[in-house]
Write a protein that binds this ligand. Structure first.
Ligand code: PBG
Length: 328
């Protein structure tokens, strides 16, 4: 055969494959989501998330220290309060579990990690929705009240910034949430607190194990505020709006089923683009690997690499610390 172009030349040895690699995993590009639960004395396992814990404050400190030693870029904290109510009062209480845990982790790791917090009400409300509910007018299920929820997010943002969170993860999918939180933080002098907008966040079945992780009280679904998985263009609109409102980073979530959206946002964005490999994505890998049907480590590395290849600068992954350990 006379073949001038032979792509296999650059696949011949490990060394040349490394040189030809277009994308690489680096520990600093990984963020570890972590759960802390109020009122427990030992960490709890989460059945659908092997290896992931509901932490006590002490075990959270230890896991954050381990993550910092592995060299990852940051952590994203989620709180599970002992008491929940319709307004999610614990979310903006300085003594609420997420704010207490944030102080503890910041004290523990200093600036070895970027300490970030989830800014959403679903862990704090007794109905499990991401905002406060407006009474139903037509006898149907109650709807989340967008603008009343923004007032709660403003209060939550202040509490999180005061607790030392450096990046607030706006994951509630309320319209105008970035602008509302930015103006409140700025008016209070928190001009250096960064906003990570979960811009293209879809109403996804892949959040299933997360609901167990936070003991979610949700009945119904989030289709009234999270995006329809059918929509691609709308992901760009959400990202554009968030950038215009002052988002420092935009995110696509879930990751693996939305790589097209991620690529679109990455091509258009003027700010960094992150992606969240969510609980159900991790669970699928764990379950198949436990059956011996796929190679766990290769599947994890390939999945996160594909998310970076599609355009993510940073990946939130439950495997972050473990991957960092492999890379080193
Ligand atoms: C909202 C939030 C959720 C996740 C991250 N932030 C749950 C939801 O929107 O229903 C899911 C993350 C995961 O599945 O790993 N606080």
């Amino acid at each position: 055969m006379t073949l001038t172009v032979r792509p296999r030349r650059l696949r011949a040895t490990r060394a040349i494959r490394e040189l030809a690699a277009e994308t690489r995993l680096h520990p600093r590009d990984l963020v570890l989501p972590m759960f802390v639960r109020e009122g427990i004395s030992q960490p709890n396992a989460i059945a659908s998330m092997p290896g992931v814990m509901q932490h006590t404050i002490d075990s959270l400190r230890a896991a954050a220290t381990e993550a910092a030693a592995a060299g990852i870029g940051g952590v994203m904290l989620f709180g599970i309060p002992a008491e929940r109510d319709a307004q999610g009062s614990q979310a903006d209480d300085p003594a609420g579990i997420l704010n207490v845990a944030t102080r503890a982790v910041v004290e523990e790791v200093g600036d070895a990690l970027v300490v970030q917090t989830d800014l959403c009400l679903d862990e704090f409300t007794n109905h499990g929705h991401c905002g406060v509910l407006a009474p139903s007018t037509d006898g149907g299920p109650a709807e989340v009240d967008n603008d009343a929820t923004l007032e709660r997010y403003r209060a939550m943002a202040l509490a999180q910034a005061e607790a030392g969170s450096q990046v607030l993860g706006l994951s509630g999918m309320m319209d105008g949430q970035v602008a509302a939180v930015r103006s409140t933080l700025d008016a209070a002098g928190h001009t250096d607190t960064a906003l990570l907008a979960y811009s293209a966040k879809y109403a996804s079945a892949f959040y299933g194990p997360f609901r167990e992780a936070v003991d979610s009280q949700l009945t119904g679904d989030r289709r009234g505020y999270q995006m329809d998985p059918a929509n691609r263009r709308e992901g760009l609109l959400e990202a554009e709006l968030d950038i215009a409102e002052g988002a420092d980073v935009v995110m696509v979530k879930p990751a693996m089923s939305y790589l097209d959206v991620l690529a679109d946002v990455a091509a258009a964005s003027s700010v960094p683009v992150w992606a969240y490999q969510v609980s159900g994505e991790a669970a699928m890998i764990e379950a198949a690997a436990a059956q011996g049907w796929i190679d766990r480590r290769r599947a994890i590395e390939e999945s996160v690499l594909s998310i970076k290849r599609a355009g993510a600068d940073v990946v939130l992954s439950y495997f972050a610390t473990e991957i960092a350990g492999w890379i080193r």
